[in-house]
Design a protein around this ligand. Structure first.
Ligand code: FE2
Length: 214
């Protein structure tokens, strides 16, 4: 699946030794403050995301999956009980790679016109799209993700549980919000709705979403 971030940039990182790498963040750890603290990013990226990378590399070492790209690995292990552990870690790597690029300092505001037109066709207004995305993010029971995706020629909002990812479901993700507690608990405690709305108003990277329209 073509997306606007490139796994090629991952080769510059020294974090991982296997075939799956931890791409560098697209901004500094403190660049999203005060909406998301540097401490949250340090743990979320440096511990959680890195652990998914390290774990999946250990799990695939010496197996038939060892040389697959991340996207092929996610696809090859989805929906199979015997590879659920690999899938969960690989999909979480992919989802986090996509999440970091879905955020940017001084984000929010108006989407680029090509995306805005599609949003208005699907939801009426950008605000209505944000409200639906927020509602999905808040309604996701337990850990998971809320996504704006392109599906059958239109845009729609979906949510996925745990490590589930839209790339195995025939839709094209445009942007995502991580609603695992590790994404917001240090900054917002139990107030997931405040985290989600602040992200949508101040950090969401509409330019990344527009590029993903392809
Ligand atoms: Fe996360």
């Amino acid at each position: 699946m073509a997306t606007a971030f490139s796994s090629a940039t991952a080769s510059s990182t020294a974090f991982a030794s296997g075939s799956i790498t931890l791409p560098p963040l697209p901004w500094g750890e403190n660049a999203l403050e005060p909406v998301i603290s540097a401490k949250t990013i340090a743990y979320h990226y440096g511990k959680h995301h890195k652990t998914y990378v390290d774990t999946v590399n250990k799990m695939i070492a010496g197996t038939e999956y060892a040389d697959l790209s991340l996207e092929k690995l996610v696809g090859a292990t989805a929906g199979k009980t015997e590879t659920a552990g690999i899938f969960n870690n690989a999909a979480q790597v992919w989802n986090h790679n996509f999440y970091w690029n879905s955020l940017r300092p001084k984000g929010g505001g108006e989407p680029p016109s090509i995306l805005k037109q599609k949003i208005e066709a699907a939801f009426g207004t950008v605000d209505a799209c944000k409200k639906e995305l927020s509602a999905a993010a808040v309604a996701q029971f337990g850990s998971g993700w809320a996504w704006l995706v392109a599906k059958a020629g239109t845009l729609t909002i979906i949510k996925t549980a745990d490590a589930e990812t839209p790339i195995t479901h025939g839709v094209k993700p445009l942007l995502t919000v991580d609603v695992w507690e590790h994404a917001y608990y240090l900054d917002y405690q139990n107030k997931r709705v405040d985290y989600v709305n602040a992200v949508l108003d101040k950090l969401i990277n509409w330019e990344f979403a527009a590029k993903n329209l392809g």
